[in-house]
Design a binder for this molecule. Structure first.
Ligand code: HEC
Length: 224
């Protein structure tokens, strides 16, 4: 059985009432201590539930969970398909494809993604972009940016690069030169290694099942 927020809330309330009712047996309900017991038991139950939910969330957001793939997903083709049962788009992990011309071992892929994340934090990309729901909307949402068809249709021809990942890395190092939008991204002086790590991170991120977020990705005209 799957527990949703409703089941957990009802369970917490019922548990609080049952435990408190046992503890206050024989007490008059007009005594302040009567309600004090409810308050203390309620707080303890909620604290335990939050504690369990924290661990549950940590498990769900770790590499290799149902929604978050392992770092080696960068060795695969990533798609995005509508699932009629779930009524939303879900990322699909397809056949193997070289990434920057090679297969990445788990250790190599993990260190690439870690570097990508650190570079993104060091330049505060979230000042302008949104990643996984955090950040700003001055510039396009980056959560599914790897799947943006523009890399193949526009940036690859513009930069003259053979693969999508090389085109993205080149673009990231010279965004002011290859502008595609009414606003230009400033040059953040990324080195080639930093740009590659970001591309790895963006590819990995596009394979995370984000419940269909950002909505209408790739289907509606951009709101910007
Ligand atoms: C000052 C605001 C700003 C910052 C900071 C910024 N960007 Fe951008 N970014 C933009 C704008 C504006 C665009 C659209 C430019 C264009 O298409 O020519 C853009 C476009 C992009 C795109 C293309 C998205 C798509 O799918 O069209 C990527 C990828 C990207 N930025 C990555 C980054 C990364 C990674 C960082 C941090 C290292 C970063 N940006 C920091 C403003 C910013």
């Amino acid at each position: 059985m799957k527990f949703g927020w409703l089941e957990i809330t009802l369970f917490s309330i019922v548990l609080t009432v049952v435990i408190s009712a046992i503890l206050v047996r024989g007490k008059n309900w007009l005594e302040p201590g009567f309600w004090g017991v409810f308050a203390i038991v309620g707080s303890l139950v909620m604290f335990s539930v939050l504690w369990l939910l924290t661990f549950d969330t940590l498990k769900k957001i770790s590499f290799g969970s149902n929604r978050v793939p392992s770092p080696t997903v960068i060795n695969h083709k990533i798609g995005y398909e509508y699932d009629p049962d779930k009524k939303r788009y879900i990322p699909t992990i397809g056949e193997e494809e070289p990434f920057f011309g090679k297969q990445w071992s788990e250790k190599e892929a993990t260190s690439l993604l870690t570097k990508g994340k650190l570079v993104i934090q060091s330049r505060n990309c979230m000042d302008c972009h949104t990643l996984l729901g955090n950040g700003a909307y001055f510039a396009p949402d980056l959560t599914k940016s790897w799947l943006d068809p523009k890399w193949e249709t526009m940036i690859q021809p513009m930069t003259g690069m053979k693969t999508k990942e090389e085109a993205m890395a080149k673009w990231l190092q010279n965004p002011e030169y290859y502008g595609t939008w009414q606003r230009r991204m400033p040059n953040l002086k990324l080195t080639e290694a930093e740009a590659k790590a970001i591309v790895g991170y963006l590819k990995f991120m596009s394979a995370i099942d984000t419940n269909g977020f950002p909505d209408h990705f790739g289907r509606a005209p951009s709101v910007f």
